[in-house]
Write a protein that binds this ligand. Structure first.
Ligand SMILES: [Zn+2]
Ligand SMILES: [Zn+2]
Length: 238
């Protein structure tokens, strides 16, 4: 029986997720060089999108201007340093096997959030063209592992991406919203359900917001968002 009992099913990797170095004993996710570069999202953070900082009324300017359709989003880690390298390797360098340790890491770091989160796990789907290019859908794999490690139910039929979207780097909030509008179609099976939408990285939340909109319009009662990492706007001092 694991340390976490029946709550979590924890699998540690044999190699550092950031730099692929063999770990002396498989009880960590990162080596001693990479571990100090793993930054948690500091609190307080926005009650809507988890952007760190003290915000007026608890919500950041972006969420006040354009309130998200999801109830709230949570990400345990900053998308920087060793975490960004691990996600880069997972997504773009042909390492689908990192889904298991990354999913386990996510579940461990999001324990308190998951204690209140919906049971049904929905991956934020990749478009078929991107899938053919990459050969795997990293978010689908991550969601499988979140469901497994967190002992929740996977509902991968819930959401389909019906339209390809361009990369959103450098786009304004309005351009991002327009870019993802109508990109998702939700299954009628989500009617009356509370859902946990899973993705690897949250940047502005525009894509997660559009996915949540499709799920809610299909009759879902609630959508919460969980990602492994989050981009943070302010650069750290030093
Ligand atoms: Zn390392
Ligand atoms: Zn916000």
């Amino acid at each position: 029986m694991s340390l976490w009992g029946d709550v979590l099913d924890v699998v540690f990797p044999e190699r550092c997720l950031g730099c692929d170095r063999v770990l002396p004993q498989p009880r960590a996710f990162f080596c001693d060089d990479c571990a100090p570069q793993v930054e948690e999202i500091p609190t307080p953070a926005c009650l809507g999108c988890h952007e760190p900082g003290v915000h007026e009324g608890g919500r950041c300017e972006r969420c006040r201007r354009r309130p998200p359709r999801f109830t709230f989003a949570f990400a345990p880690l900053e998308h920087s340093g060793a975490v960004a390298r691990a996600i880069q390797r997972f997504k773009y360098e042909g390492h689908p096997e990192l889904a298991r340790p990354l999913g386990t890491l996510l579940v461990l770091r999001a324990k308190a959030f998951l204690a209140q989160a919906p049971e049904w796990v929905v991956p934020l789907p990749l478009h078929a063209a991107r899938y053919r290019e990459r050969g795997y859908d990293q978010t689908a794999l991550l969601a499988v592992e979140v469901a497994r490690a967190g002992k929740r139910q996977l509902r991968d039929e819930a959401l389909t991406r019906v339209r390809a979207t361009s990369r959103q780097v450098g786009q304004s909030d309005e351009e991002r919203a327009a870019n993802v509008a109508g990109a998702f179609e939700a299954s009628p099976t989500v009617k009356g359900a509370r859902l946990l939408l899973v993705d690897d990285v949250l940047t502005t939340g525009a894509t997660a917001n559009e996915a949540a909109r499709a799920l809610l319009e299909a009759g879902a009662l609630e959508v919460q968002v969980l990602t492994l990492a989050r981009a943070v706007r302010e650069t750290r001092a030093g």
